[in-house]
Design a protein. Structure first.
Length: 116
């Protein structure tokens, strides 16, 4: 876990392979980081693993499933209750089952943000 990153309550971080959570990233409650599965094509169904990477300043919203081998890019947002089976580009909002890109994440710099 990077500096200032956060795993919320009831996150299942199934650490059978490496899980990297970048600085300032948040993984919200009830999410499941799952870097393992079984090879269903083999009758013995052996365990297969691949690391998960959550980029810097990414936000994994509540109750999201992240599958083995997935990289969620820097600054990406995955919306609540999504299931992520393939990589999410940096600074993208993604959601659904399976999660797909919804839009690019746009934001104002501190200098141009309205004062509220």
């Amino acid at each position: 876990m990077g500096n200032h990153s956060c795993l919320s309550e009831d996150v299942d971080c199934y650490c059978v392979d490496k899980i990297r959570i970048g600085p300032h990233a948040t993984v919200s409650q009830y999410s499941f980081l799952c870097p393992a599965s079984h090879d269903y094509k083999d009758p013995a169904m052996p365990l297969v693993t691949a690391p998960i990477t959550i980029g810097e300043r990414a936000w994994i919203a509540a109750d999201v499933f992240i599958a083995l081998g997935v990289t969620v890019g820097d600054g990406a947002v995955v919306t609540a209750r999504s299931s992520v089976f393939s990589d999410i580009d940096s600074w993208t909002v993604a959601g659904g089952n399976p999660a797909k890109s919804v839009r690019k994440r746009e934001f104002l710099s501190r200098e141009t943000q309205p004062v509220v």
